[in-house]
Structure formats: structure tokens, C-alpha cells
Design a protein around this ligand. Sequence first.
Ligand code: TRP
Length: 330
Amino acid sequence: MNKRILTGITTTGTPHIGNYLGAIRPALQLAEEYNESFFFLADYHAIIKNSNKNEIQDSVKSVAQAWLASGLDPDTSNFYRQSDVPEILELSWILNCVTAKGLMNRSHAYKAATTANNTDEDKGISMGLFSYPVLMAADILMFNATHVPVGPDQIQHLEMTRDIAGRFNHIYKNTFTLPEAISQKPDQIILGQDGRKMSKSYGNIIPLLSTEKVIKKSIAKIVTNSLEPGEPKDYKNCTVFSLYKHFSSSDEQEALKSEYADGISWGDAKNKLFNKVNIHLAPIRDKYFELESNKEMIDELLFNGANKVRPLAQDLLNHIKNSIGISKIS
Ligand code: TRP
């Protein structure tokens, strides 16, 4: 079977090391194992939560730069901007028409937003937020992706995609492949400074693309317990150690474990983490800033990426439109 991975990155904010370790790096590793890979910037998803024009544009640019700097090869992978493939929006509407409203009511993201509201449960909830999973289904089904790498919070959306695809296949004829989610295990979740999942909304991030000084400072802010130097420390349930694991070999991890047992100070442990992070990120940072001065190149690259995939989208969309009766009458 032709294995095709596809994943979308919502363009809000600047990528942090949680995005890098949790999404960018694993997706690029998967791209080497699969026959075909599709990576795209989900800018129509971004406008659901953000109405600031400049922030949306800046984020598209910095997210594209981060993926390219991390090693995405636009010749062997398909790399495009969602909004450059308008067929996705056409498909999204068609899928809306076979999607049960009740299915969308059950979406965690929507339910979380309504429970956060007190008296008026629909306050601040747009149709975009409500039908977010349908657009995501369109992203995936437009290219009949077989495997979709996503964070654990997105698994429900993949189940919804399968439901929607199944419904369409049942009403019309078999059209869509049912995609599978590929997700990290909960113990692989990237922790932020306060020990919770690293996330911009928690304000606990370590940046991916900052100066050494800023990265050092944000590592220094990682919360630890108050054990003194010389007192043995537990590497389990330790945010410093859990981040260190992502940047080191198993021998290096064993060595740090025994230093913990010997009572390494938190300052020294954080320095070790910083050195690893810094060596790893230096080439990515250099490449990122090199791309910074070449915005036209990124625009062109994304546009070419969209032109490469659009014929596939157009073929499938034509086929779908024929199946549903939106076609020539003669
Ligand atoms: N919703 C995803 C997120 O916030 C981003 C996304 C949009 C996506 N479309 C997608 C992921 C399609 C995978 C496939 O992380």
C-alpha cells in the first residue's frame, strides 16, 4: 500500500521547543519512512482563534522557516499553505453537509469552550470553532492521507475524520481512505518550565529560535524541588531530566542518572541541559536566521508546493462533485 503521511501546523505564534520535539522532529523522521509526505501551514485554522492580521502573517513566516531550518526538504516532501489550495475549502463545505451536528457537539475543543462559559454557553464561539474538525477532515481527506501524525489532543479529530469519511463513503460511493492517527505516548509529552505540557497558553515555553542567553534564562526558570547540592535527587518526575532525554543518547542519560544519585546541584543539572539544547539548536537557529532575509524565497517555495499538490486535489474534487451531482447538466 502507498503510505502517505500528512500533518498540518496551525500558524499561531512562533514555534517553541515543545513544537519542535513533539511535532516537527518526529514528523520529519516519519517522512523518511513513508512513500509520500504532506506538510502544510494551516492558516485557515489560525484565523479561528486570532483576528490579528500581522500575527497571522508573522506566524506563517516563522513556522515555515522553523520547518525548513529543522530539515524539511521541499523537493522530497510536499510543503504548502492551506489557503493556497482552495479545493480544501470546497471539500470542507461538502463534508459539512454529511457531518452530523451531534458529532461536532462532542468535540473536546468545543466542549471545553462551552464549559468555560457560565450563563451563555455559546459566548465567543464562532461557527469556525464549532466546525473546526470538518476543515481538518477536509485537509486530510483531500489527499487521501493514510497516516496523520498528531498530538494526543488531536486524536479525537482523527476519529471524527474517519466518521465523516465513512459517512460520505456510505452515502455516495467509496471515495475516501480512512486515515490513522500516529501519536506520541503520554510519557513522551514535552514538559514546560512548570512541569505541565509545554504550551504557549500556559506561558511555560522554552523558545526554539532565540539567542543563547534567552534559552539559558528559560532553562534556569525550570521549577525543581529545593534539595541542596550533595543531596541525592530523583530523575523520575524531574522536568530537567525529562527534557534532557530528548537531546541525549542513552549512555548520556545513564551518566546523568548517576550524577543525580550523587547529588548534582540543580544549577549544574540545568547547565548540562542547556549545553545539550544549545548544541542541538545552533544549526537550526543559524539556518532560521539565514532564511529570515529571504522572504520571497519562502513565498515562492510555498506557492510551488501548492501548485505541485493542487492537481491531485482537483482530480479528487472533480470526482467527488460528480458523485454528488454538482457537475455539468449536459
Ligand atoms: N488541528 C491541528 C492542531 O492544532 C492542526 C491541523 C489542521 C492538522 N489540519 C490538520 C493536523 C490536518 C493534522 C492534519 O494541531
